[in-house]
Design a protein around this ligand. Structure first.
Ligand SMILES: Nc1nc(=O)c2c([nH]1)NC[C@@H]1CN(c3ccc(C(=O)N[C@@H](CCC(=O)O)C(=O)O)cc3)C=[N+]21
Ligand SMILES: [Mg+2]
Length: 293
């Protein structure tokens, strides 16, 4: 079977270009430059790399990038006070608090301090509620990127059986809601699902977001299914460190009609969707209407 490898890098580049055009239009028509504030607590090397990449991508799209770094021993109140300050700043359109936070800080308390209309990660309780209720809000980036990628190979997902493996707040739950909104019949599977392989075999769209390297085997994939691999796992192999997904790519590719790779799949889409959310938030907050990307 000819299998499409869904090129997340290329789709993300395309979306980023559209965001840049929307930013440029906001500037010329309304003299608005959207701004994204990123809060990083502590010195985790991986988080530092992510934050740096987000800053670069934000500026490349023509938006303003603001970084706030707090020491690893900052208190929960320090972080909350910073978020409140950013909420109050007129020029700030998006606020992202890099996760994970140090263990002495409640990420749920901090996240829910973010003004929902600036919550470009879509992680506040208000935006989770809007998503479930089908109201306009800001949608979590990784699930949004996953659906965009599926729709590049199948623009109308209506009536397809979607199986989402993993029920995290960041990915599994919101992704299930988005697929439901696309008129899929959604099964929410997880680590306690009985006969996970059999459930996966029913999927026309199989989304893996469990964080277990290569859990999903090729013979769990129905012939012709679309496979969206959300996992980004670092594994040591042959003395080398590499990234693999939650899907066993080589065997799954044999059955899938389309599949996302890791790296180069959902990861790049996450950042592109963050930029998209930022320009969408800026236009709404500043009263110039909806941006359609
Ligand atoms: N508030 C918050 N929002 C986030 O969205 C958030 C976060 N915290 N904390 C960390 C995770 C992780 N994350 C990734 C984004 C892009 C890639 C990405 O582009 N990955 C490349 C590979 C990069 C590499 O080579 O290491 C790829 O998959 O092709 C990965 C991971 C966003 N996160
Ligand atoms: Mg689970």
């Amino acid at each position: 079977m000819m299998t499409t490898i869904i090129d997340g890098k290329a789709i993300a580049a395309d979306l980023r270009e559209k965001v840049a055009q929307a930013v440029s239009a906001l500037k010329s028509t309304h003299d608005i430059q959207p701004a994204l504030a990123v809060v990083l607590v502590g010195e985790d090397p991986a988080s530092q790399v992510y934050v740096r990449n987000k800053g670069i991508a934000t500026e490349k799209a023509g938006m303003k990038s603001i970084e706030h770094r707090l020491a690893a021993d900052a208190s929960e109140d320090d972080v909350v006070n910073l978020v409140r300050k950013l909420n109050a700043e007129e020029g700030v359109d998006g606020i992202l608090v890099q996760l994970p936070l140090p263990s002495h800080i409640s990420s749920s308390r901090v996240i829910n301090e973010i003004d929902p209309d600036k919550d470009v990660d879509g992680l506040t309780e208000v935006n989770a509620g809007r998503l479930i209720l089908g109201k306009d809000g800001l949608v979590p980036c990784t699930p949004q990127g996953s659906v965009i990628m599926a729709k590049t190979v199948r623009p109308d997902l209506t009536s397809l059986n979607a199986v989402v493996v993993g029920r995290s707040i960041l990915v599994g739950k919101p992704l299930s809601m988005l697929l439901l909104a696309e008129n899929c019949t959604v099964t929410m599977a997880h680590s306690r699902t009985a006969d996970l392989a059999a459930v996966c075999r029913e999927a026309d769209i199989l989304c893996a977001a469990v964080g277990i390297p290569r859990l999903i085997k090729g013979d769990w994939v129905k012939k012709g299914a679309i496979v969206i691999d959300v996992g980004i796992n670092r594994v040591e192999e042959g003395g080398k460190s590499r990234l693999v997904g939650d899907v066993d790519f080589d065997s799954a590719k044999e059955n899938a009609s389309a599949i996302t790779p890791v790296p180069g799949g959902v990861g790049p889409m996450t950042i592109a969707c963050l930029l998209r959310n930022t320009v969408v938030a800026a236009a709404r907050r500043r009263g110039v209407g909806e941006i359609d990307l």
